[in-house]
Design a protein around this ligand. Structure first.
Ligand code: FES
Ligand code: FE2
Length: 440
């Protein structure tokens, strides 16, 4: 491995050149930057809006407030989901005022115009009092693109953006083995947070902070730098493979540490047998899961690779979506911009789990919860003491102090290690979209 250059940390064919643009504090604090993002970035990317389980019947609606926009996703008669701007074509009133709704008609609270699930105006007051006669059947909600991947529903304001499945590349292919389409969102948390949305993006684009911010992970996730593989894909998305079911190689362990010893026992592997070579237990657990998993109800193990059975695959999608896969948990972590304040954002944390016959409860980042759709759902304000999951709490705790430091005139721009190159690339892609690509 060429440690000096750092290139070998990237998977074959998944390194990318960077220019070295200076990442100054301005982009985290300036209103101008925020306005340019609203104009040039957010309308051009796909946004995760919902999970398919939220759309059982025709007319089932999920609202997604994003920055200054509001989008509604509505189940159609044929089972598909379509997305519309949440604004009444009559005189602009917001239509859906709750997070979810379920009605065959969307009714505006101002003058009572009614729209069916396909967004067509079907009823108005005084229909003959309009030039050209009744507007019913002629007026439609403004539609935007809406596509699904696995259990997820996405929307996009840009008619020219690539189709969702292409835009996500190569992740649908790399994640196919997990069988995500049947997974259940059991945890759905969000909060108002006191920092710019990009602070958490940067955090998720590096693992340099794991030994200092999440030290307790090191007994079952190997955050050793030489054991971690990073990737930067042509699509702009990044990823990281980190070995799981193995303690960190940053320190010496003589025995299999807790809680990995209990995890091993649960799979019929004796941790005592790995004294002096605790790292080898990862291979033994792969074998045990392969052998015992399907009979225990983990039917998706058959389609998973050995790596997927034990490791952590952490994907940071441009610009603001993180998807962290462990063998039995899919975490969605995301920050979205505040409508007006660049020093604030909305943080979201969803967890999805594979359905396993006979399993009524799962271990989530906020403790054991029922394995049911949105078993735990809440929105809080960061600082009120409500947990967003113990690891996420640790990341969020840095966000507010980093926001303060970035706002200082003494901050001259980030100094990045090789392993933080994904941060550099993220900001250069962002610069290209927000400020305009430099002319070659
Ligand atoms: S603004 Fe919606 S019916 Fe008038
Ligand atoms: Fe973290």
């Amino acid at each position: 491995m060429n440690i000096q250059h750092g290139a070998a940390r990237y998977a074959e064919g998944a390194d990318q050149p960077v220019r070295g643009d200076v990442i100054t504090g301005e982009r985290y604090v300036a209103r101008d930057w925020m306005d340019m993002e609203f104009a040039n970035l957010w309308p051009r990317v796909w946004h995760l809006g919902a999970v398919t389980a939220e759309f059982e019947d025709e007319g089932d609606t999920v609202r997604h407030n994003f920055g200054r926009e509001s989008v509604i996703m509505v189940r159609q008669a044929d089972g598909s989901v379509r997305a519309f701007y949440n604004t009444c074509p009559h005189r602009g009133n917001r239509l859906v005022l709750g997070d979810v709704a379920s009605s065959p008609r969307i009714t505006c609270s101002y003058h009572g115009w009614q729209f069916d699930a396909s967004g067509t105006l079907v009823k108005v007051q005084d229909p003959d009092d309009f030039p050209g006669g009744s507007p019913c059947g002629k007026v439609h909600l403004t539609e935007l693109r809406c596509e699904t991947w696995g259990p997820f529903v996405f929307w996009c304001m840009d008619d020219d953006a690539a189709p969702l499945i292409e835009w996500l590349a190569p992740l649908p292919e790399k994640l196919a083995g997990y069988g995500l389409e049947t997974w259940v969102r059991a945890m759905n948390l969000s909060c108002d947070a006191p920092f710019n949305w990009k602070i958490i993006r940067d955090n998720f684009n590096e693992s340099y902070h794991l030994p200092t911010i999440h030290p307790e992970l090191s007994t079952f996730i190997n955050d050793g730098l030489d054991d971690t593989v990073f990737a930067m894909y042509d699509s702009g998305h990044n990823a990281m493979w980190m070995k799981g079911h193995q303690a960190t190689t940053r320190r010496q362990f003589d025995n299999v540490p807790a809680p990995l010893d209990d995890i091993a026992r649960a799979w019929g592997v004796d941790p005592e047998a790995y004294a002096g070579r605790p790292g080898d237990i990862r291979e033994a657990i792969i074998h045990a899961k392969r052998t015992l998993g399907p009979a225990r109800g983990f039917t998706n193990y058959d389609s998973m690779t050995d790596q997927q059975l034990v490791d952590y695959f952490h994907c940071t999608l441009f610009p603001n979506l993180t998807l962290t896969m462990s063998p039995e948990q899919c975490q969605i972590l995301r920050t979205e911009p505040h409508p007006t304040d660049p020093g604030k954002c909305i943080f979201q944390h969803w967890c999805l789990y594979p359905p396993v016959a006979g399993m009524a409860e799962v271990e989530s980042p906020v403790g054991p919860i029922p394995l049911e759709h949105d078993a735990v759902q809440r929105h809080s304000v960061y600082g009120d003491g409500v947990s967003l999951g113990f690891v996420a709490d640790q990341d969020l705790s840095i966000g507010s102090t980093q926001q303060q430091g970035l706002a200082s005139r003494g901050f001259k721009g980030s100094i990045l290690s090789y392993q933080e190159k994904r941060i550099q690339r993220f900001h250069e892609l962002l610069n290209d979209m927000v400020l305009g690509a430099p002319t070659p």
